[in-house]
Design a protein around this ligand. Structure first.
Ligand SMILES: Cc1ncc(COP(=O)(O)O)c(C=O)c1O
Length: 477
């Protein structure tokens, strides 16, 4: 056993036998060096280890404190709450994105709808008209915070949901990922605690890793999507600075959280004065008649920075997104001027024309119908063909199905084997860093059913069956 593990174990025992109480301050690093006789580096590693186990938490410039006991109880179930001081997901995401770039790959692992459904002819036509005019390229009016008319149109969409908004609240960004990163950088700095959902779009893990944030995750609620109880306990225990949540048409699982739960989340955010980075990039992907409310709707104190884009509805190639920045607008623009600067002027102009006519709504209606139809077809296929030990999560929105494979199967193996056959899927390690949660797959179901899709789906099923049989064999041997 390393010396740091030995020290961490001693302190853990002291916490467990009640020598330390919740929120007691542990000896400082130097005091602990004197007390234990271990080196400074050993003591630092031991404290970080305890922090990673959720037993202690760090406060900037104040030292380490004992976390509430409830936390360590939750930690008994490793998948319930976890604290990751070292999130290392970047290289996996890079490898995954690279591996799916080839045109010969069938992109069932892609996060975007089939491009046949996007880049509508009408928008391309408008873009063509603009492309012939010099003025369309003038970047001055498109610099941060972005094209005024476009921001007005976006603000109007918020108001249609009952959210008071004007153009100055909105900052146009280079897609939703840019919006999310800028928003996070605005409210958090290295060493702050961020709360994430346990299974979440990999961009959140990457952003936390890049900014050097301490990550606490809460599990998904099996029925409601969001576990309010775990959320409350974490807020009581840790000095969370910011949350990054997806509550509408969650990627990768698919659920949409109810208004009642969103209201309770907003109350807690206000009580603890915690910022929320809201990733709502699938906000238009609902199937029913009513668009789900964002958390921004429930936000009375400008704690929510709502982020979205046109990537899923018109095409990711346009790279146009936005953040509802409110009072943070200036700060975000400063950051933009040091990084992405502004979104292409021509595209912003064309979007103004497209959005101000009825074209966008018409396109959204037919897109939703297509996605619903395609996803149902994939779902039926999986229900009929997957081994009984598997489960398919179907929610009436978006275009992903989330497959739960038998626990001892590793989705990375399936992903690698399918890539050999030119099919991509998205394995759960991209979304969840816990070891116990590596047996899920996300499948993009936005494709019109065809012989090629059917063949690929049969290959996917065969691959799952084959892996299932071989893991069963290993268990029995
Ligand atoms: C959940 C989620 N958020 C954000 C993004 C980034 O969107 P954009 O392409 O607009 O940057 C994606 C893209 O896949 C996503 O799935």
């Amino acid at each position: 056993m390393y010396k740091s593990e030995q020290l961490a174990q001693q302190i853990r025992q002291q916490i467990e036998n009640g020598s330390w109480h919740a929120h007691d301050k542990l000896p400082s690093l130097r005091e602990q060096v004197q007390l234990s006789g271990f080196s400074l580096i050993t003591v630092m590693n031991a404290y970080q280890e305890l922090e990673a186990q959720g037993l202690v938490y760090a406060k900037e410039k104040s030292g380490y404190f004992v976390a509430e006991q409830i936390q360590s109880k939750l930690l008994d179930h490793a998948s319930i709450v976890s604290l990751n001081s070292k999130v290392e997901i970047n290289s996996l995401v890079f490898q995954y994105l690279k591996s799916t770039q080839s045109p010969s790959i069938l992109p069932l692992g892609s996060a975007f709808p089939d491009s046949q459904l996007l880049y509508t002819p009408k928008l391309l036509q408008i873009m063509g008209q603009h492309a012939r005019h010099r003025l369309s390229y003038d970047q001055v009016g498109s610099l941060p915070p972005g094209n005024f008319a476009l921001r007005q149109l976006i603000a109007q969409r918020y108001r249609m949901q009952g959210i008071p908004t004007d153009a100055d609240d909105i900052v146009i960004t280079s897609g939703c990922l840019d919006a999310l990163n800028l928003a996070l950088q605005t409210v958090a700095k290295a060493g702050d605690y961020i709360l994430l959902q346990q299974t979440i779009f990999y961009g959140a893990w990457q952003a936390a890793e890049r900014l050097g944030l301490k990550v606490i995750t809460i599990p998904e609620h099996p029925k409601y999507g969001f576990d309010l109880d775990a959320f409350t306990k974490v807020l009581k225990t840790y000095p969370i600075k910011v949350c990054w949540l997806m509550l509408n048409s969650h990627n990768p699982i698919g659920f949409t959280v109810s208004d009642e739960i969103k209201y309770e989340i907003a109350k807690l955010l206000h009580e603890y004065q915690i910022y929320l980075i809201e990733d709502d990039v699938y906000e238009e992907m609902y199937y029913g008649g009513k668009k789900p409310l964002p958390m921004k709707y429930f936000d009375q104190q400008n704690l929510v920075l709502h982020c979205s884009s046109f990537s899923k509805t018109l095409g990711a190639g346009f790279r146009v997104g936005w953040v509802y920045a409110g009072k943070f607008s200036n700060h975000i623009q400063h950051l933009q001027l040091m990084s992405t600067i502004s979104v292409n002027a021509l595209v912003q102009h064309a979007l103004v024309d497209f959005l101000s006519s009825h074209h966008y709504e018409k396109h959204l209606r037919s897109l939703r119908l297509m996605l619903e139809r395609c996803k149902k077809q994939f779902y039926q296929f999986f229900k009929q063909n997957l081994p009984a030990e598997c489960e398919v999560y179907y929610y009436p929105s978006g275009y992903f199905l989330w497959l739960k494979l038998p626990k001892n199967m590793n989705s990375m193996h399936i992903y690698e084997q399918l890539l050999q056959q030119n099919i991509s899927v998205a394995p759960s390690p991209l979304f969840n860093v816990l070891e116990l949660q590596q047996h899920f797959l996300r499948v993009n179901c936005s494709f019109e059913w065809s012989d090629q899709i059917e063949m690929a789906m049969n290959t996917l099923i065969a691959c799952i069956r084959q892996n299932h049989t071989s893991t069963l064999k290993t268990i029995n041997e």
